[in-house]
Design a binder for this molecule. Structure first.
Ligand code: OOB
Length: 548
């Protein structure tokens, strides 16, 4: 059953309903309604597959029935790890309809992450594809199933299921349609970027998430004529809901899926399907701007080009606008909730220099110092937020909850921002120990823990270092244990392989490894992990600068 999840206090919930934010709609009902209104319009385009709204709706019903027939009940969790393929939507909306909670894993995740999601959520199901980008997800499933016996069903949403159950077989079960969830129920679990160890799970309700879609659609002017290109991995919160693929379906538009965000895959799709909007991370936006200069594909249908997930510098913003024209929109959001946008009619200065402002008039922002005292207007500080689509607790994480939320229910974003008099935010940095690798988040602590598990490692500290392309890369400082053979001859490459072989997403493997004899930063010694990381990072930057 659905584990107890702290929700909004009743008086706030009442206010959000009264204000018309929460309208008592579920994802299952939303798709049913759109299938009624836009039956023959195209909902999903992926490769040769084109599904109308009516077809997507029927497939979601089949998935809901099939999972019910397999014995899944409302409130249970199923880890979904699919790349940008059409069945992502039939599976996820089918699960929504049955009240089963998808747990959104990324295609890059490997055994360690998947095992964590499965055990933390006590999921009995895992949905994968067969192979993608040369990786066999059936082998991954076999590996995790051996470690997590409670995992009952592995379902493969592709032709060759190997030893597992093909989705097509699940869709054939013909039972009754399960009773749907309530709008106030948790619809799914998103994953956090993670700053203290493993990714935490983010419970989002039908009510709150659908409100964020409606608000995003209004800001981005989405309707049934909109064509959204899913270029980033669609399981991520940003391309899912800002306004992303779900916003597009909410508006009755068309979702076009690109198997890769590279221009050679995406540009022909933009031209062929007359894509009107897409969301990118800053490094990709730069790659697109370069490629667009010489492309023969017609990209003139693009009305909105979003950059989000990591800081877009004004210089890169200007380069994008120089090529694409005034179509840029900045998006500063988080899977925990709050999303800020620059508006389509904002001045060029606002679009270039700021990360925009919140979706909702009821998004409450506090900018505070390290003692939670409000900073003077116009000074940077830690961003705290609460509102009608920002969570009040992580799923099943009592300790992290005490750290990540204030007693008043504000989420501590870990971001350092400045609020301008015009209401727009400028992200100035980050207080959390995380590396933002072009939008992909890496927790310093998580990687340190893996390095420390190496017999030749005495201590390790992982920091971010500036990178001209990704914005940031990761660097691991390692003190080898020279007294043991594993430490004496330790090489950077061996340590990188070590991390990879522990079953982690490739983006978490340290980009650089620097061996040091000790971490003693001051004569006094006693420093926090956070200070230590800052000092090591500073020293490396100085050393690099001296060398250059
Ligand atoms: C998005 O979601 P997450 O959960 O992967 O990461 C959230 C964090 C933010 O707290 C911030 O540190 C960083 O990513 N971030 C940005 C940013 N957008 C996100 N930092 C600077 N500038 C930006 N524009 O990344 C996400 C979720 C929904 C919409 C957009 C992004």
């Amino acid at each position: 059953m659905i584990p107890a999840i702290q929700k909004w206090p009743e008086e706030l919930a009442a206010r959000y309903r009264e204000a018309g934010y929460w309208r008592g709609e579920t994802f299952g009902a939303m798709l049913r309604d759109r299938a009624g209104r836009f039956a023959d319009r195209t909902a999903i385009v992926a490769g040769d597959t084109r599904w109308t709204y009516a077809e997507l709706d029927a497939r979601a019903d089949a998935v809901a029935r099939g999972f019910a027939a397999l014995g899944f009940r409302a409130g249970e969790r199923v880890v979904v790890q699919l790349p940008n393929v059409a069945p992502f939507f039939s599976v996820v909306f089918g699960l929504f309809r049955a009240g089963i909670l998808p747990v959104f894993a990324l295609p890059a995740h490997r055994s360690t992450e998947i095992e964590h999601f499965l055990t933390r959520t006590e999921a009995r199901g895992y949905v994968i594809t067969d192979t993608f980008e040369g990786f066999d997800y059936r082998a991954l499933a076999a590996e995790v199933r051996a470690k997590v016996p409670a995992l009952g069903h592995v379902i493969v949403a592709a032709d060759d299921a190997g030893p597992f159950t093909p989705l097509a077989a699940v869709e054939k079960h013909d039972g009754p349609l399960p009773e749907g969830p309530l709008p106030s129920d948790v619809a799914f679990l998103q994953i956090s970027g993670g700053s203290t160890g493993l990714s935490k799970l983010i419970p989002r309700t039908h009510d709150d998430y659908i409100y964020s879609l409606r608000g995003s659609n209004e800001i981005c002017r989405m309707d049934e004529t909109s064509v959204y290109l899913g270029a980033l991995p669609i399981a991520h919160n940003y391309p899912m809901s800002s306004p992303g693929t779900f916003g597009t379906l909410h508006g009755g538009g068309t979702v076009v899926l690109s198997p890769s965000p590279a221009p050679d895959a995406a540009f022909p799709l933009i031209a062929r399907e007359k894509v009107t909007i897409t969301g990118l991370v800053p490094p990709l936006a730069l790659v697109w701007a370069d490629a667009a200069r010489t492309t023969t594909h017609d990209l003139s249908s693009l009305k909105v080009l979003q950059a989000g997930g990591a800081k877009l510098t004004p210089e890169v913003a200007r380069r994008i606008q120089a090529v694409f024209g005034p179509v840029l929109q900045q998006v500063f959001g988080m899977a925990e909730g709050l999303v800020n946008y620059t508006r389509l009619d904002d001045s060029e200065e606002v679009v270039t220099e700021t990360q925009g402002r919140p979706i909702s008039p009821d998004d409450e922002l506090l900018i505070v110092d390290d003692d939670d005292r409000p900073v003077a207007p116009g000074t940077p500080g830690n961003l705290l937020t609460r509102g009608p689509y920002t969570i009040r607790q992580y799923f099943n994480e009592p300790e992290a909850n005490a750290r990540s939320f204030t007693p008043e229910g504000y989420y501590r974003t870990g971001d350092i921002v400045l609020l301008r008099p015009d209401g727009n935010l400028v992200v100035q940095g980050r207080a959390k120990d995380q590396i933002n690798r072009g939008g992909e988040k890496v927790s310093a602590e998580e990687i340190e823990d893996h390095l420390l598990a190496h017999p030749g490692v005495f201590d390790a500290a992982v920091v971010s270092i500036p990178d001209p392309y990704l914005g940031e890369r990761s660097c691991a400082f390692v003190i080898p244990r020279k007294s043991v053979p594993e430490g004496a001859g330790l090489r950077p490459l061996a340590l990188k392989s070590w991390v990879r072989e522990r079953g982690l997403a490739a983006f978490k493997v340290p980009d650089r490894v620097v061996f040091v004899d000790s971490f003693h930063t001051t004569a006094v010694g006693k420093v926090s992990r956070k200070d230590l990381r800052a000092t090591l990072r500073q020293r490396l930057l100085e050393a690099d600068a001296a060398e250059a």
